[in-house]
Design a protein around this ligand. Structure first.
Ligand code: GLN
Length: 382
């Protein structure tokens, strides 16, 4: 293994999903829906495959119609008009957008700030650039941004800060005030902002604020999103990055030599997805609010301290009432003895001790599965 990846292991999501299968546990670990995305999008992919002429390499930075559809939805969400050809890049999921952004815009020796707990790929991709990582920890129960610590994390070497809102794994939605603080520090230190907003349509409380929409931020922000979470199509791996031309150029170069292009028929289907009527999004929230309530209430009734998520399809809890040594030991017990798979969040911290009291559950599952999971927890843990 190359030195830059020596410290990493198999991703926790892969590890837990394999264990879930082995023990026939209900998988509330890896965040993928156990139901499919809408028929109108799936049918559009089938049509695109059958059509002919939509099965060879796409234009490297995206099928033109999809770039246009992304520009249109970005305008709706942030109020900003962007040029689909010079400011939108289609990638293989948001994970590739993150990697391309890091590799295309960050130099060895730069500093990159991450909020902790962080989604695991951030640490790995920053490591691949040779940059130094600075972390700012969001602490339970509210996971609020600690202003002084954030200020102290910025320096003359800060190249970028990565902000994931709504936030995986905590379910936190960054407030406008917190994002304004991030924005003012970015401007003060002439730093870039990388905004991973893949859960922007899954907000139950408060409002999603796009970092790029804040005063003076668009010119220094890469905004990333994808189809997977909103349309329950995580396996399609259609993502994108929206950024001003000078930043798009860097990330696009990395994208060109990493994957070059993304699956053509799925890009055509993504055009249809982004044309969904507003009612699609209101139904989505209604549906996910119910799922969230089933799991949150269930976890509370079993005795967990539950940090109610404002967004995403994850919920973090404190497992200490059950007396286990740490999150890994508790997850092992959950899978093997209770029949439920969940994620041990210590992997999302640089110092595993900081996450040892926490467990992350996913509620992107059909109602019956969530109710069955709650019953199992009640019968084995209570
Ligand atoms: N985003 C998903 C989660 O947090 C995992 C995606 C993956 O397995 N890489 O559960």
């Amino acid at each position: 293994v190359a030195k830059r990846l020596e410290q990493f292991k198999t991703t926790i999501f892969t590890e837990i999903s394999i264990l879930a299968l082995k023990h026939k546990a209900i998988n509330l670990g890896q965040g993928f829906p156990n139901f499919d995305g809408p028929d109108f999008v799936k049918n559009a992919a089938i049509e695109a495959i059958k059509d002919g002429g939509k099965n060879q390499y796409a234009r490297g930075f995206g099928v033109p119609q999809l770039n246009a559809a992304i520009a249109e939805s970005f305008k709706k969400e942030s109020g900003i008009t962007v040029n689909p050809d010079t400011e939108v890049t289609v990638t293989s999921g948001c994970t590739e957008a993150i990697a391309a952004t890091m590799l295309g815009l960050v130099n060895p020796g730069d500093e990159v700030i991450l909020f902790e707990p962080f989604y695991d790929s951030y640490l790995a991709t920053v490591s691949m650039t040779g940059a130094t990582i600075k972390t700012v920890t969001l602490r339970a129960p509210h996971f609020a941004v600690p202003e002084d610590e954030l200020r102290a994390a910025f320096s003359s070497k800060t190249r970028a800060i990565l902000v994931n809102t709504p936030h995986n794994p905590t379910g936190k939605v960054f407030s406008r005030k917190e994002l304004e603080l991030v924005a003012s520090l970015c401007k003060e230190h002439d730093a870039l902002a990388f905004a991973d907003e893949v859960y922007n349509k899954l907000v139950f409380k408060g409002e999603h604020v796009s970092l790029a929409s804040l005063d003076g931020m668009y010119e220094r922000t890469v905004t990333m999103n994808s189809l997977g979470k909103t349309f329950s199509l995580t396996g399609w791996k259609i993502g994108w990055a929206v950024a001003p031309p000078h930043l798009t150029w860097g990330l696009r170069l990395a994208h060109s030599y990493l994957t070059f292009a993304t699956a053509t028929p799925f890009q055509w289907a993504a055009v249809e997805a982004l044309r969904a009527p507003d009612s699609f999004y209101t139904d989505l929230i209604k549906d996910y609010s119910l799922k969230r309530d089933i799991l949150v209430e269930g976890l509370k009734s079993v005795g967990f301290e539950v940090y109610e998520p404002e967004g995403t399809y994850f919920v973090m809890v404190d497992h200490t009432p059950f007396g286990f040594e740490n999150d890994v030991a508790f997850c092992k017990y959950l899978i093997e003895e209770v029949g439920i798979a969940a994620i041990p969040p210590s992997v999302f911290y640089r110092n595993p001790e900081d996450g040892k009291n926490l467990i992350r559950f996913a509620f992107c599952k059909d109602e019956q599965t969530l109710r069955d999971a709650v019953e199992k927890l009640k019968s084995k843990l209570k």
